[in-house]
Design a protein around this ligand. Structure first.
Ligand SMILES: Nc1ncnc2c1ncn2[C@@H]1O[C@H](COP(=O)(O)OP(=O)(O)OP(=O)(O)O)[C@@H](O)[C@H]1O
Ligand SMILES: O=C(O)[C@H](O)COP(=O)(O)O
Length: 481
């Protein structure tokens, strides 16, 4: 039985004015919008079941409209959390935990960034403390069959150190050896399975394979946010065989920020979108345009926007087939009253190299043969002035080729500005991928409100897509207060 606690991770399943019935997520820890009166909830069918439940759900409900008029969305389903499971639920139980321990390793198999391991620790520690037997699984890289360099073995020392116990490592993710090791696992012990992607059946979400993975466990905890956009055997398939299947603490936190804070932000709300190509960010930009007051663009994608406006861009990165799209995004921003800020000056280079000759020019004056590789100082100032007025900021994608020191200033300046504003109480969310690397490079990661551990998963969430690894989890059973 789940312990008596409130639902945490919530998903939206009902929409009264939205044109689609697509499931969306909504967060916990939110205040009740003024539009959510008990009568509203009754009309939507909550109070019919239990008035106390209705009020409890209401306290977790978030409106998707800011006008307060008309309920655009109602949270009606909560995902059960590992925190809802008490010692009585967990002691002596074999818990299959899927984490995303896909960390970078150097040529000597040393971990070069342990962020994802550290992020997985709270859930594992909670299970250890409650006396569960933890069967920990993850993928690493994209191996085709058994590939020694993608073994999870190099992760054991760091995991053991962070957990304060010796983690046992299996040579496989299914089979007799795993069964034997699970049988000898003490309460509070941790067994790390081998890379689940050594079997092709994992990515095919083969039901028989999922059954084998699940066969050694009693229940399932998914904490692999970075892989939650994949319907694989160890993320989605195993939920068909294990009950309860619940969300881990990391998964919850990611949803709370990337869906919660983004869906109902403290205003004004700014999105900063950069990176190489507009094509990879279309969905994110379109989705954020519905919510933000400012949309700040940087990175390689800006040149497609300039060219769409008839500005010559030299040999900068341009996606010729996305010129119409850029024009329509500019029009959409205008129609929605969103301030779309494009850089006014750029740092240009005579070749794509760290030692290229460079100069700063107005964005409208890029000479032939030169390419824009960073935003310029005037743009940094304009962007910073706009950011100074905001209360919530989400950032996805670097402002320039930050891997080359000469062209890293724009990205570093934005990272520093977000760190400064974070210190003043602004909610700052870094949406995964290269922007996280940039924030870490500047050394300000620890002060941000949230740094996502997911690249593709965070992009999909920001686009408003459903994540199969989340959808498959149990709904919370709310307990009347
Ligand atoms: N002006 C530019 N010209 C060419 N490339 C650029 C420019 N500005 C940034 N980039 C490149 O964009 C890349 C990051 O783009 P990407 O779209 O992958 O960003 P991301 O969303 O942060 O990362 P991920 O895809 O891992 O989530 C960086 O390698 C950077 O060098
Ligand atoms: O690094 C990631 O984004 C996740 O671990 C998912 O990896 P994948 O893109 O290989 O599925």
């Amino acid at each position: 039985m789940a312990s008596a606690s409130t639902p945490t991770t919530l998903s939206l399943i009902q929409s009264t004015t939205a044109s689609t019935s697509r499931t969306r997520y909504s967060p916990s820890h939110v205040s009740l919008p003024s539009s959510f009166k008990p009568t509203t909830l009754r009309r939507l069918g909550f109070a019919a079941a239990d008035p106390l439940f209705a009020l409890q759900v209401a306290a977790k409900v978030r409106s998707f409209g800011s006008s307060g008029k008309g309920v655009r969305g109602v949270v009606a389903m909560a995902k059960k959390s590992v925190g809802d499971l008490s010692e009585a639920d967990l002691k002596g139980k074999k818990v299959f935990v899927r984490a995303d321990l896909n960390v970078p390793l150097d040529d000597n198999q040393n971990i070069t960034d342990d962020t994802r391991i550290r992020a997985a620790i709270p859930t594992i520690k909670y299970l250890i403390e409650k006396g569960a037997k933890v069967i920990l699984s993850s993928h690493l890289g994209r191996p085709k069959g058994v590939t020694p360099k993608f073994s999870l073995a190099p992760l054991v020392p760091r995991l053991s150190e962070l957990l304060g116990i010796q983690v046992v490592k299996a040579e496989d993710s299914i089979g007799p050896e795993v069964e034997k090791l699970v049988a000898s696992l003490p309460d509070g012990g941790v067994l790390l399975l081998e890379n689940v992607r050594f079997y092709k059946e994992e990515e095919k979400n083969d039901p028989e394979h999922a059954k084998k993975l699940a066969s050694v466990a009693d229940l399932f905890v998914n904490d692999a946010f970075g892989t939650a956009h994949r319907a694989h055997a160890s993320t989605e398939g195993v939920t068909k065989f294990l009950r309860p299947s619940v969300a881990g603490f990391l998964l919850q936190k990611e949803l709370d920020y990337l869906v919660g804070a983004v869906s109902n932000p403290k205003k004004p709300f700014a999105a900063i979108v950069g990176g190489s190509k507009v094509s990879s960010k279309i969905g994110v930009i379109e989705s954020l345009l519905e919510k933000v007051d400012y949309l700040i663009l940087g990175g390689g994608m800006i040149f497609t926007f300039y060219k769409a406006q008839g500005i010559s861009v030299g040999s900068s990165l341009v996606e010729e087939d996305k010129l119409d799209l850029a024009t329509s995004l500019i029009a959409k921003a205008k129609a929605k009253g969103v301030s779309l800020l494009l850089p006014t000056d750029v740092v240009i280079a005579d070749k794509f190299a760290p030692d290229a000759n460079s100069k700063i020019v107005p964005a409208s004056s890029i000479p032939d043969g030169w390419m824009g590789l960073d935003i310029g100082p005037d743009s940094i100032k304009t962007f910073n002035d706009a950011l100074d007025t905001t209360q919530t900021i989400i950032w996805n994608g670097p402002m320039g080729v930050f891997e080359f020191d000469k062209f890293a200033k724009g990205t570093e300046a934005i990272a520093k500005k977000l760190a400064e504003l974070s210190g003043k109480g602004v909610t700052t969310i870094i949406g995964g991928g290269d922007s996280v690397a940039a924030v870490e490079k500047v050394g300000v990661a620890s002060v941000m409100s949230h740094i996502s551990t997911g690249g593709g998963a965070s992009l999909e969430l920001l686009e408003g897509k459903e994540l199969p690894g989340v959808l498959a989890l149990d709904e919370a059973i709310p307990v009347p207060v």
